[in-house]
Ligand binder design. Sequence first.
Ligand SMILES: [Zn+2]
Length: 405
Amino acid sequence: MHDHRKLGRELSLFDTDPLIGAGLPYWLPDGAIVRHSLEEYIRTAERRAGYQHVYSPVLGKRELYEISGHWAHYNDDMYPPMDVGGEQVVLRPSVCPHHAVMYRSRSHSYRELPLRMAELGAMYRSELSGVLGGLTRVRCIQLNDAHIFCTLEQVADEATAALALIGSAYQAMGITNARYRLSLPGASGKYVAAPEMWQRATKILSEVLDRSGVPYEAAEGEAAFYGPKIDIQVSDHAGRESTLSTVQVDFHQPEQFDLHYIGADGGKHRPVMVHRSIIGSVERVVAHLIELHGGGFPAWLAPVQVVVLPVSDAQESDAAQLRDHCLSAGLRAQVVPAEAGNLGARVRETRLAPYQFIVGPAEASNGDVAIRLRDGRRLPALAAGDAIACIRALIQANDTRLWAD
Ligand SMILES: [Zn+2]
């Protein structure tokens, strides 16, 4: 495995600057394309699965986190409050309290449940400067977050559906080495005390895992302060394990924020909150993808999908036409001209691109293209329009195969 910090800099995906600060990476154009593609994937998948997207502010009053329990249980990871006009506001350590308040701002009937509220939102962790680096130890993260407000009876199905979304996303990203963990509370006092609530939530999540058929292990001391969770774990280049995706059952915050819905009986009932993240934070998932694929991303994520290589100057205008054809089909394409070096050197230089279109005199005169795939396979000359249509179909389907045989 590669070190994402080194490769991220070499491939100009992201970087940091002491003047901006440690743990505050910025995304360069190629990294921004990878991130944008992931965000687009997740928003589409969520929309199809019945989620509604919202935006909420990255700041909140201290009181908001006192009610949610973060202030008492999560204070070590929070930034100190800022005094603004006689009020104390903090950079949010999580999105949940905002969503709970947004749910509460309108009345809800049982017919609206499960209500799935999603946001790709920023949150802030006051990590110590000694441990900061790359995209994995950062002070600001963009989380693919969602909160499902539902009845107790709906929790298992919602958690199961979230696991299925995670499975599809991992397949599309080419992640095959993830491990499932049931994260339970430990002995320390950082968890909210409500034994009956913990037992109920743990039972639901174990049943969901059993039913899904994935192997998992239980780990004490890894739960959220408000409830147990299913965590999906990956390892980095140094073998350090971290959580990418998560599904959590929470009875605590609905209680704290006094959330309710009107039931079929006309009475008020308390919803349950399922917190879930499909791809985790964009920082962590991109770090993992860089290390896993060594910069050779699945085609739908690749900064450049098609590199067009004219064999000599004589094919330059055919190459430019081919690139334009790719661009108008929605592919990310560029020409690397003959003046940049001999063909062999250009093939090596652009080897991380999933597709290399080689245009020699024969191809140019027929409107054909000779394709070299990133894995080294060479395809026989094809009509350019057919080749582009095949590639486009694979990319739109988030298929990790370079070619459909
Ligand atoms: Zn949450």
